[in-house]
Design a protein around this ligand. Structure first.
Ligand code: EPZ
Length: 418
């Protein structure tokens, strides 16, 4: 088990390149189940969740080749297993995205229910309700969702919440269903759009991706795809916040302003200067941030996956900020660790009141989930002395070479055995 060691107080400067988006690559990897033709993915991030997803595909009988860094060639022509086991789904909830593709192509899927995780109970009722509406039979057997359908039929599916995973699962299933499917209250995240771009390149007939109504006309079969994963907007946002925390001047290549409008607004409201061009996004900050209030929301609202990172910035702000988490019920696990570094934060329900004007002090802190881990690394960048972030396996699930990228911007950060 490793730890990340950060010597605080260094100003970040320079350019860094974002990797491909983990949360786009995962559904894209599972979309390969929909076809018996080979699929090629490039700009795939080298992170633990991707390795887990590939391992799951191989357990189902797929062939996965890695001809070069960031490239996957996946062939699901020989898939003959339809069960995603508990130990894999437990470690990576996104494994549940195999259900729609397995059901659509083989009429059969038995996927362990993901169970909860550090940030919340993570139910799957919206996914299962969608498949029931499309004519599938769902049985709950020993913690598994056992789903079968001779032939999925197109249907009018209204999601109770704009769930990203449910939208992706149902859209993938609808690609091979009989007839027309209309998904209302669909998630609008860019990762959904990236998945649909690949599905359309396979021959799927889909309209409306990026809006809250997605229409799919089922087709008998799909081709393979050759697709480049979109840049990771959450990684881009994480670096922009890191730059602001150190009153630095950084540029993140591949960042897209249209993917991060709400973060850009928040950074500008807190006194940073953000610049955008065809190559990426930059941030320049030369003062203590101004206090702002933010509420997380489905895209295009402020992303819950940047909530912890923004809170780290607000611990330094000139005043009191309020951060309201509306997506997950337990996504403040980073608060107690930030408090150990001297942050002044009061929790009341799903709102954190962050009293700024403090000086953070380095300390050994514990990572609890992916975004809480990176929040603590960011706090270490701005803190006095040394911060050690333990249990960085959480971080390795979604950030590729974080310490190397931060060091290239001037941070004194290293990975050491814990
Ligand atoms: C995706 O998770 C992301 N993961 C999450 O990123 C992200 O935080 C989340 O979307 C929200 O943007 C991947 O894409 C792999 P949801 P997902 O279904 O699809 C409730 C990270 O750090 N809900 O949009 O699981 C749910 O409890 C991760 O990279 C139901 O009630 O999220 C939550 O409150 C963390 N029933 C809300 O909807 C359901 O059937 C949004 O969840 C499904 C979800």
């Amino acid at each position: 088990m490793d730890k990340i060691v950060v010597q605080g107080g260094r100003r970040l400067e320079g350019r860094v390149a974002a990797s491909g988006a983990k949360n786009a690559a995962l559904p894209l990897i599972f979309a390969t189940i929909l076809t018996d033709k080979p699929c090629r993915l490039t700009s795939v991030p080298e992170v633990a969740d991707i390795r887990t997803a590939c391992r799951l595909l191989e357990m189902l009988g797929a062939k996965v080749e890695r001809p070069a860094a960031g490239e996957l060639i996946i062939d699901c022509s020989s898939v003959s297993e339809f069960e995603a086991p508990y130990d894999l789904v437990r470690t990576m909830r996104a494994s549940f995205l195999t259900l729609g593709p397995l059901l659509a192509r083989f009429g059969r899927a038995c996927v362990s229910k993901p169970g909860g995780c550090a940030i919340g109970s993570r139910p799957i009722d919206i996914h299962l309700q969608g498949f029931l509406t499309m004519g599938a039979r769902v049985e709950n057997v020993g913690g598994y969702a056992d789903v079968a359908a001779e032939r999925l039929r197109g249907a009018h599916v209204i999601l109770d919440k704009p769930s990203v995973g449910a939208t992706e699962n149902i859209v993938m299933a609808a690609c091979l269903a009989d007839g027309h499917t209309r998904v209302e209250n669909a998630a609008r995240e860019p990762e959904v759009v990236d998945l649909v771009d690949a599905l359309v390149s396979m021959g799927a007939k889909i309209n409306g991706a990026g809006s809250s109504v997605i229409e799919i006309e089922g087709v008998p079969a799909l081709d393979g795809f050759d697709h480049r994963v979109m840049p990771d907007r959450i990684e881009v946002g994480t670096f922009l916040i890191a730059g602001a925390m150190t009153r630095g001047d950084i540029f993140v290549e591949h960042g897209r302003a249209e993917h991060l409008g709400s973060l850009i607004g928040a950074l500008e409201a807190s006194g940073s200067t953000v610049r955008a061009d065809a190559k990426g996004l930059g941030v320049y900050t030369d003062t203590r941030p101004l206090a702002i209030s933010v509420k997380t929301a489905p895209y295009p609202g402020f992303p819950t996956d940047l909530q912890a990172q923004l809170m780290a910035l607000m611990t330094l702000a000139n005043g009191t900020s309020r951060i309201c988490e509306t997506i997950f019920e337990n996504r403040f696990m980073h608060v107690s660790e930030l408090q150990r570094m001297g942050a002044s934060i009061k929790l009341s329900g799903n709102t954190a009141e962050v009293e700024g004007r403090v000086t953070l002090k380095g300390a050994p802190v514990m990572a609890t989930d992916l975004r809480a881990s990176v929040c603590l690394v960011l706090a270490g960048l701005a803190a006095q002395d040394q911060t050690e972030v333990l249990r960085v396996y959480h971080l390795d699930r979604g950030y590729e070479n974080l310490e190397g990228k931060l060091a290239s911007l001037g941070a004194r950060v290293s990975r050491e055995p814990a």
